[in-house]
Design a protein around this ligand. Structure first.
Ligand code: PEP
Length: 257
């Protein structure tokens, strides 16, 4: 059975002091959760301090981005090895905000995924359609392209180290989450693409998270869906109470799945 994964993407929020306080609170309240993988993705400046807080706990560290080269004259970029050295296990790649504001494409996402895997980081690769694409019935075309191009040249062994995050752009930060049916439909579509490329057995092992306005009061119905294996949480991961609520409710809900 796939172990669900809940990751908090803090985006460009939290000073070092605030990050330490938030991660300490989360650690205190979630120490006994063992059926959900918990990941915190603070900004780069807080990675070292959050890593210290969560060392030897049930919480893993993730970064929000990285560059596809491993070192050199790339002012302002961060290499995968640097992330590993501060304790990162995961790295979010191709978040819609990076695609929208920083020119990331399926091709750059693929380069980053390949480098992350080669350097021993586990990519959380984000895919998702924009509102106008959903409204013009292009959702499945967009998702198919994001998944296939993002995973170009990724082999069977490597895909098992990855998490896919389905994040409809119209649901991110809008308070309007996809319904469980809408999300399940796309998750199943993604799993079918994975099955065609990697075989049924492998596709059943790959975790597909949902992201987009996840809150304590909507996580249960989402995570109960067959192909929804957790959540990538933005806004609600910035407050101790709401992130803890999401993880605890998930933990209970998956016992009945
Ligand atoms: C995200 O940015 O990955 C996200 C899902 O944000 P929010 O939960 O705020 O919609």
């Amino acid at each position: 059975m796939r172990k669900p994964i809940i990751a908090g993407n803090w985006k460009m929020n939290k000073t070092v002091e605030e990050s330490i306080a938030l991660s300490n609170g989360i650690k205190r309240d979630l120490f006994d959760i063992d059926n959900i993988e918990i990941v915190l993705c603070p900004p780069f400046t807080s990675l070292t301090d959050v890593s210290d807080v969560i060392t030897d706990t049930n919480i893993s560290l993730g970064a929000q981005n990285m560059f596809w080269e491993t070192k050199g004259a790339y002012t302002g970029e961060i290499a995968p090895d640097m992330l590993k050295h501060v304790g990162c296990k995961y790295v979010i790649i191709g978040h819609s905000e990076r695609r929208a504001y920083f020119g990331e494409t399926n091709e750059t996402v693929n380069k980053k995924v390949k480098t992350a895997l080669k350097e021993g980081l586990l990519p959380i690769m984000c895919v998702g359609e924009r509102l106008e694409e959903r409204e013009s019935q292009k959702t499945f075309d967009v998702i198919s392209e994001h998944v296939k191009k993002g995973l170009a040249d990724i082999g069977k062994k490597e895909i098992l180290s990855m998490v896919i995050a389905y994040e409809p752009v119209w649901a991110i930060g809008t308070g309007k989450n996809a319904t469980p049916d809408q999300a399940q439909e796309v998750h199943k579509f993604i799993r079918d693409i994975l099955a065609k490329k990697y075989g049924e057995k492998i596709s059943e092992e790959i975790r597909i998270q949902y992201g987009g306005s996840v809150k304590p009061d909507n996580i249960e119905s989402l995570i109960k869906e067959k192909d929804i294996d957790g959540a990538l949480v933005g806004g609600a991961s910035l407050k101790e109470e709401s992130f803890i609520g999401i993880v605890k409710k998930s933990s209970e809900a998956v016992k009945e799945k």
